[in-house]
Design a protein. Sequence first.
Length: 300
Amino acid sequence: MSQTARESLNKNLIILHLTVFVWGFTGILGALITISAVQLVWFRVLIASLSLFLYFQFNKTDFKVDRKSLLKMAATGAIVGAHWVLFFAAIKLSTVAVTLVCLSSITLFTAIFEPLINKKRISKLEILAGVLIITGIILIFKFETQYTKGIITGLASAVCASLFSIINSRLVKKTEAPVIAFYELSGAFVWISIYLFITSGYTRAMLLKPADIGYLLLLGTICTSLAYVAGVSVMRELSAFRVALITNLEPVYGIIMSFIFFGDINKMTLGFWGGALLILSTIFLYPLAQTQISKRKSRA
């Protein structure tokens, strides 16, 4: 790898780590905002879409795309919206810490889905990493039975996150990240709006408290439009699996923050920490194992 390519890779890794840190804060905001998960995400994607539209207008950016690309990104927006609704629902059904650890299963789902979608050979190392992570989740399931619904919802959220990450790793090869973010977030807004209309979800419960408005503005701009664009942009050089692996640091940041804000750590059993330790150890050791395998192959 050339010096320029290495510098570009390191730059993208730094951007991704900063983005994941910001994502770690979304769980805190989700717990603080008082409205339901669906209504919360409706406001989130509305604010994010508007902020991106204003960004395009300010910079005079041409964000037009062909009809096929528009439909593809709008459809992906449905998966994005489902991911966030399930994510915030899981937080309200369990805790921030439990939800974020469940989100670590993105690695396993990506290890399975990415080769199937991109028609690549399945990596044994990626599957092993995924199996270790799912073992950690089973440990948590066993000892945190009071959060069963939250854990299942969190795992469903992880499936959605894995799918739209893989799709975006393909889309970003042809379309700029801010444009992808705008159409996917707008698509999420449309799908959730339809859902709220069908289920008569437009109620007085959507009236926001002053604190909710501030939290939603922070969530919609910094934690969504800015972070989403950054997260998609790094996929030009990083694989969906590598992005998923680093994204699994979100529980580390989120759990630390949930302890600071809510004292969630005091609610967790030894089984939770055993599962969490297995998951996080896998995340940190995977890159080392990958490097060693690459070195052995180069010597052969």
